[in-house]
Design a protein around this ligand. Sequence first.
Ligand code: PMP
Length: 339
Amino acid sequence: MEYIYESVLDAVGRTPLIRLTRVTQGISTPVYLKAEFLNPGGSVKDRAARHMVAAAERDGLLRPGGVIVEGTSGNTGIGLAIVAAQRGYRAVVVVPDKTSEDKIAVLRAYGAEVVVTPGGRPREHPEHVSQLARRIAEETPGGWFANQYDNPANPQAHVDTTGPEIWAQTAGRITHYVAGIGTGGTVSGTGAHLKRVSDGAVRVIGVDPEHSTYGGGDGSPYYVESIGHYRHPDTTEDLWPESYHPGVLDAVERVADRDAITLTRDLARREGLLVGASGGAAVAAALRVARGLGPEDLVVVVAPDSGRNYLSKYFDDGWLRRNGFLDGDGTRPVLGDLL
Ligand code: PMP
């Protein structure tokens, strides 16, 4: 029977497409949101976590009783903690010290061990989250470093699941695919599949915070979490992740923090969709793209996780004010020219 699963891992994916109806006023192109926040762990990263572990088991890198190690403050850690719990592994998640207590509590609730390291280290520093995770994996018997940034099973998860789902859900009518670039796994894998099945017709558009380097920014800091590539001022090594395949993309849309946050709030208040700011940024870009299209086109945009992860940030007026996002009469963010 449908919707009955043999384990939580079978409940990952097959997320709905939800049409945006109010923030799309004045736009004739249908815009559908891929609701990745409905995955069991609350984000798109459940897909990558399940695939990376399956590949490591297949390749003999992870054996019964083994230890999954990853460096992340966010959704990948949760996805891996779920897979570890269900498949009987230990999970060790290294997080920077700025990570909220709530996020750490979620990881611990799934039984993961959390190691806290000072944040803001350049990539080659031994205390950098990824470097420390790699070392813990090497020094722990049975340890395996998941390494989402450079693990081919991360984009492959989207070649195998997200891409085929979107193609089937739209009956091949999708013309534009829009997704944020973090590790690059989602946009690269889904985009590659959609290009292949459409003989190159689907346009693939990555979304990047304005200052991030994927879209040509200088790498200076920005607020939107989980997407973009920040260039540490002390770094000597500034490589893009291997999970990102820029050749798959037709364009990168750059979105200012203010526009991403505005859309994030409007999606909650006007569409009833509580998504994180990487989803808000992606929708801001998707609306920009859709404005230049017609009714025969069809846009799909990814919302990677839920706004519940950010209630004390983008949805909190005090946070907005402290960070300079509230002005005018001080009651709501300036809408920019989006709506
Ligand atoms: N948004 C959120 C909230 C995420 O957790 C991630 C994963 N880092 C992304 C966007 C980007 O996805 P990807 O790593 O597949 O590029």
